[in-house]
Design a protein around this ligand. Structure first.
Ligand code: PA5
Length: 490
């Protein structure tokens, strides 16, 4: 029996949400949320819950079914991953946004902090792992200094099959592989994309590439639990079935229409009320390096889903809450000063770990200096816990809204729970804001402008629109003394 099949173990791995420090009873009536403001929204909460239910039933939230409907895909992924482990030294994801942030976050959470630097036997034979998301030429070139093309598999991931960044990386890699390996290049490429739409699926079919599909109703930032994230995780030895079991466990908890029984709905409702009271920044601050990139993944999920100009009725709303990534304790020495004394415009979410996967003792020493020696005999585990508690207390004292999500430990199950929880929270917040959490028109505009600038056929009008703009000249020339502005600004 797998441990995630044991109900007792699962219960012991349940993540918790403590939102006390968002409430007026803790941080006062001026900054905190009152019970009556929650009561006042009960109708909109009920209709948002109904809308969630209905959308799911109508197949408009397919990402919610990922924990259940991928049995065959998971088998295929495991087979493919094992073949890769047998033959290759490195696995590289080519993708961006929702096609990259999840794989990075999960790898960082669940594998060794210096995974790539470990000798292969200490990685249990699993290949090294890289993600190329940006199109910085120096970064791309640097990859070729650390991998051997002949021993590397590239997983090109793009839901739309047309993202310029990913497709240009794909063109570069395919050309290099073909030059080096001739027809065998195919064995080094795996495509993850939509089953029918987009250019990548056409190419993959024509070239005969191994392909995984992103289900139709699963958008980029909601796709980590699809082959987008599962393949790289399995390739690096992560138990993807346990991750999906964690997500399924959370789904059970987040199904309840009653907001008081549904932590994701409750979390979203409180964030909604926080936004309404001007708290337009959502800081995620994990107290674990392993969860650092969960904050990056969350930033995209929260920003791209909720940052919308129009609501579903077409009215201008400019909705959203700006996500900020921080790391405990590192950013206590960088950002916490602002959080405790700056504007009252933030909700801080601490990600706390109950049990770290290792214990490091702090040695005794310098007994003659009590301000140093008091640390000796403690563990780093105690220290990081104390620092999180202390920061939470400092925020509470300064009447700053904060909440804490605790993972009993970081493992595939709890990470699956956390990702799923944050996805449901985001979708429910979208309902409350009355916006479409699943599109990204603001990103599409930039994508289209890039196509136009690089001459993609069909984008001539966009190119004309861009080139019709007045020429932009620098306002200041930063050379020597300050000069008069040069030219006119747009
Ligand atoms: O959430 C989204 O849909 C986006 O952030 C996409 O993931 C991102 O733009 C990459 O798109 P694609 O997977 O189509 O290449």
């Amino acid at each position: 029996m797998k441990r995630y099949e044991d109900p007792q173990w699962k219960e012991s791995m349940g993540i918790t949400l403590d939102f006390n420090n968002m409430m007026s009873g803790m941080i006062g009536g001026e900054q905190g949320i009152s019970g009556s403001s929650m009561e006042a929204m009960s109708d909109s909460l009920a209709s948002a819950a109904k809308a969630m239910e209905q959308k799911r039933a109508e197949g408009r939230m397919d990402w919610r079914d990922l924990p259940y409907n991928q049995k065959e895909t998971v088998e295929d992924i495991k087979r493919t991953a094992s073949g890769i482990r047998d033959r290759f030294d490195a696995f590289v994801v080519l993708g961006i946004g929702g096609s990259a942030l999840g794989p990075i976050a999960v790898q960082q959470a669940l594998n060794h902090a210096h995974y790539n630097e470990l000798p292969r036997e200490k990685r249990d034979g699993y290949p090294r792992f890289y993600v190329e998301d940006n199109v910085d030429p120096e970064k791309m070139q640097a990859l070729f200094d650390v991998i051997d093309l002949t021993k590397t598999v590239f997983n090109v991931i793009t839901k739309s099959g047309s993202t310029s960044e990913t497709m240009s990386q794909f063109l570069i890699i395919k050309d290099m592989l073909q030059q080096k390996l001739g027809d065998q290049y195919r064995e080094h490429l795996i495509a993850t994309t939509d089953r029918e739409n987009g250019n990548l699926i056409r190419i993959a079919k024509a070239e005969g590439l191994k392909t995984f599909y992103i289900p139709r109703g699963v958008g980029g930032r909601f796709s980590e639990l699809s082959p987008v994230g599962l393949l790289s995780a399995a390739v690096c030895g992560i138990d993807i079935e346990e991750m999906l079991a964690g997500a399924a466990y959370m789904d059970e908890i987040c199904k309840d229409e009653n907001i008081r029984e549904n932590p994701a709905y409750m979390a979203a409702a409180l964030q909604y009320l926080a936004m309404k009271s001007g708290k337009n920044i959502s800081v995620m601050m994990p107290y674990a390096d392993s969860l650092k990139y969960i904050a990056d993944w969350y930033a995209q999920l929260w920003a791209e889903s909720l940052g919308k100009r129009f609501n579903s009725r077409g009215e201008t709303v400019h909705a959203g809450q700006t996500p900020v990534k921080a790391l405990g304790v590192t950013d206590q020495h960088s950002q916490v000063q602002l959080y405790t004394e700056g504007p009252f415009d933030k909700v801080v979410t601490f990600l706390k770990v109950g049990r770290y996967r290792t214990t490091v003792k702090i040695a005794n020493g310098f007994e003659e200096i009590p301000a140093v020696s008091f640390l000796g005999g403690h563990t780093m585990n105690e220290l990081i816990h104390a620092e999180q508690t202390a920061t939470e207390y400092a925020l509470l004292k300064a009447k700053r809204m904060n909440r804490t999500i605790t993972l009993p430990e970081v493992n595939a199950f709890t990470v699956g729970e956390l990702l799923y929880f944050l996805e449901v929270e985001t979708a429910f917040a979208g309902e409350l804001l009355g916006i479409n959490a699943f599109d990204q028109p603001g990103v599409e505009e930039g994508k289209n402008a890039t196509y136009a600038l690089l001459g993609r056929p069909g984008y001539e009008a966009k190119k004309a629109e861009l080139t019709a703009r007045p020429e932009k000249k620098p306002e200041y020339v930063l050379k020597g003394k300050v000069r008069e502005p040069v030219g006119s600004a747009v």
